[in-house]
Design a protein. Sequence first.
Length: 247
Amino acid sequence: MSDEKRVAVVTGASRGIGKAIALRLAADGRHVVLVSRSEGPLAEVRGLIEEAGGTASTCAVDVGDREGLAAAIGIIIKEHGRLDILVNNAGITRDNLSLRMSDAEWDEVLNVNLTSAFVAIRAAARAMMKQKFGRIVNIASTSGLVGNAGQANYAAAKSGLIGLSKTIARELGGKGVTCNVIAPGFIVTDMTSNLPADVTNKVKDAMAIKRLGEPGDIAAAVVYVTSDEAGFLTGQTIAVDGGMTMV
Ligand code: NDP
């Protein structure tokens, strides 16, 4: 790579894990395009990156909107003339026991957590193949590895990301494009802030490392997997979960 900066897209970058990933990638010299639905929080993250001497831009789009997301990725590629790193991190939960789960709860979670990753990858793949370089990371969950009562939709979507990633790894590997999964365990963010103490204590008991995860724990893994030197790592799922699953 010459002096040109690598360009990274991070979805769900307005807070939590995505924000931490964006800050780390920018600190490592990538130009980061911050994606989520809300322009205000994205602008704040961009401000933090710029204050630290990095560069970023924002793109407010609902990743559940297939046409909108594909168009946004197309515009980003056109503007920058390249796209090197794609982190599909945006995600939601709509938990319910399977017998009570509505079609809407199922569809929304599959659409935002799984279909969006496919749509973004399809929109980015041609540019990455042409460059003969690409790093795709899909943020799954340990729920997708071992299941979780009340999360049939979420676990199915996260498991789906693993099959999708292995397939993309096989399809694009010959062109210098890798595709991997990071599966976080319990990470302290807005998504997990409402869980009662007895649940978080149970989680801690099941872990080898007796603390809850921080967004930075996931960002550190993403930094490695998306680095130039990680070109021989593809189709893998790395659980960053304090040793909770050890599958
Ligand atoms: P948060 O709820 O803190 O943040 C979610 C992010 O996704 C926000 O930036 C939100 O932005 C964005 N987002 C949600 N829906 C959409 C949408 N339709 N279009 C665009 N952006 C959207 O979640 P976390 O940081 O905790 O989670 C990040 C990822 O990590 C998710 O995929 C989650 O499933 C996964 N994960 C998290 C774990 C945890 O313990 N926290 C454990 C395992 C996996 P906005 O609302 O501004 O659109």
